[in-house]
Structures are given as structure tokens and as C-alpha cells.
Design a protein around this ligand. Structure first.
Ligand SMILES: Nc1ncnc2c1ncn2[C@@H]1O[C@H](COP(=O)(O)OP(=O)(O)OP(=O)(O)O)[C@@H](O)[C@H]1O
Ligand SMILES: [Mg+2]
Length: 245
């Protein structure tokens, strides 16, 4: 039996005395695609920032790929790829130069980098944008270029904050195919999404977060079964409403 790649126990984070995320126990297995659902302000981005190490926890423990965040933070970051909702690209680099910069920071050999990035740029329909400056990119193009950069580093753990927001339907389809391919080769994927369709189509398990706490998790089929076979949307609404005082 393999060990969880993302393991948190009692993980929590406070801002100004108020818990944004509390008592979070997660165990995400190798190659699993885990989708985090929750209303605006539920704590999804806070959780992702805790998992990346960008934010320090106020409580609990966190292990990624067997490394404790307190002792192994440098190696841990090497194994992670993070796609935030609004990626910070460099305005005066082209997309291709940005991908090359990220790959060089991760020590990806040049040949491997070129092979992987050319293929990814093509799959995401970015070939004609790749040699233009990032400052002129649309929101969706920025996201896709950053996704290419991250995937070029071949992370063991891929963390994505609302990966499909801002993507056109063709790009969204490519995104889903890419994430399924990553999962098939053993990459563990943890993503947040408001897109229930994305969750239903590609996530092996989903977790529903409300007011900073994990209220339910399982496969979509399990969650629907526990709620009289209602739609995932109805399940989401019922769980979120039950957590509202
Ligand atoms: N840096 C911060 N300082 C103060 N409060 C914060 C900070 N970051 C997040 N919060 C608070 O933590 C809570 C959770 O926010 P978070 O951004 O994690 O939600 P979310 O689930 O990602 O929401 P959305 O769907 O809108 O992206 C919110 O109440 C938010 O105001
Ligand atoms: Mg968010």
C-alpha cells in the first residue's frame, strides 16, 4: 500500500485571529486528482498556499512526498508545481523565455525542456503567442503559459488554483487531457475549482470545504449516493447550507 503524497493533520491558518482554514486532514494518494470545492472565501486558496509553503500554518502538520514542511522546505519546493489563479509572469520576457527561465531554475536539461515545452505550447494552442511579450497576454494566455512552464519542470505534485477559470472551451478540454495524462504517469494533482463539471469529469475524489472546514469528501458517486443520488450541484448546496449558521 503506497503512502499519501499530500498528508495534512489538523492543518489550520488564522488571519487576524480568525480561522480561514481549520482542522484540515487530507491524504491524497500518488497519481490521484483531488478537487477542492467551496464557496468564495471558503479557504481553498489559503489551503493551496499552505501546501506550497508560501504561507506558514498556524496549526497542524503538513508532509508532501514524505517531506515535512518544517524541515524539507527546499526539496519540497523542487517537487511542487503551483499554478495560481493569476500567475505572475515577467512583462518583458516572451512566453517561451519565461518557460525557459522557470525550467532553468528547476535544472531541466535544455533538450528535455525544448521537447516538453514545444509539445505543451502546441497542445494548448500557444504556438503563435509564445514569442510575444508576456505583457500583452490575455488572462487565459498568461495562465496557459504558466501551466506550460510548470509542467515543463515535471513536478511530482501539481497544485492548481482554479485552473479552468478564464480558459476557453478548447483550452479547457486540453487542460483536462493534460491533467489526466499527468495523473496517469503518477503525478499527484490537487486543484481548487468552482467548475463542478471539471470535478465530475476528471477528479478521482473531491472535498467540499465550507467556512474553512472540510465538510465532506469522497468520489462524486459516493457523495451523490449519500445524498439520495442528487446532482453534485445539489450536494454542494446542501453541504454548504448545512455549514451556514
Ligand atoms: N492574506 C490574508 N489576510 C487576511 N485574510 C485573508 C488573507 N487571505 C485569505 N484571507 C481570508 O481567508 C478566508 C479564505 O480565503 P481564501 O482566499 O482562501 O478563499 P477561497 O476559497 O480561495 O475563495 P475564492 O473562491 O473567492 O477564491 C477569507 O475570509 C479571506 O478573507
Ligand atoms: Mg481562491
Amino acid at each position: 500500500m503506497s503512502e499519501p503524497v499530500i498528508l495534512t493533520q489538523g492543518l489550520g491558518r488564522q488571519f487576524a485571529g480568525k480561522w480561514a482554514v481549520q482542522d484540515l486532514d487530507l491524504a491524497v494518494m500518488p497519481g490521484e486528482i483531488y478537487g477542492f470545492l467551496g464557496q468564495n472565501g471558503a479557504g481553498k486558496t489559503t489551503t493551496l498556499r499552505l501546501l506550497t509553503g508560501l504561507l506558514q500554518p498556524s496549526a497542524g502538520t503538513l508532509c508532501i512526498d514524505g517531506l515535512d514542511h518544517r524541515t524539507g522546505s527546499r526539496e519540497l519546493k523542487q517537487r511542487l508545481g503551483f499554478v495560481p489563479d493569476t500567475p505572475p509572469l515577467y512583462d518583458y520576457l516572451t512566453g517561451r523565455q519565461y518557460v525557459a527561465l522557470v525550467a532553468s531554475l528547476w535544472n531541466v536539461p535544455r533538450r528535455e525542456r525544448d521537447d516538453r515545452s514545444d509539445q505543451l505550447l502546441d497542445r494548448l494552442g500557444l504556438a503563435e503567442h509564445a514569442d510575444l511579450l508576456c505583457k500583452g497576454y490575455s488572462h487565459g494566455t498568461r495562465k496557459k503559459i504558466h501551466l506550460v512552464a510548470v509542467l515543463t519542470t515535471a513536478p511530482r505534485v501539481l497544485l492548481l488554483d482554479e485552473p479552468s477559470s478564464g480558459l476557453d472551451p478548447m483550452s479547457n478540454k486540453s487542460l483536462k487531457e493534460l491533467l489526466l495524462a499527468e495523473s496517469a504517469r503518477g503525478t499527484t494533482v490537487f486543484l481548487s475549482t468552482h467548475g463542478l463539471e471539471l470535478a465530475e469529469q476528471i477528479c478521482h475524489r473531491v472535498g467540499i470545504l465550507a467556512r474553512g472546514r472540510l465538510r465532506a469528501q469522497g468520489t462524486v458517486a459516493e457523495l451523490r449516493h449519500q445524498h439520495a443520488e442528487r446532482s453534485l450541484e445539489d450536494v454542494f448546496v446542501a453541504i454548504t447550507q448545512a455549514a451556514t449558521p
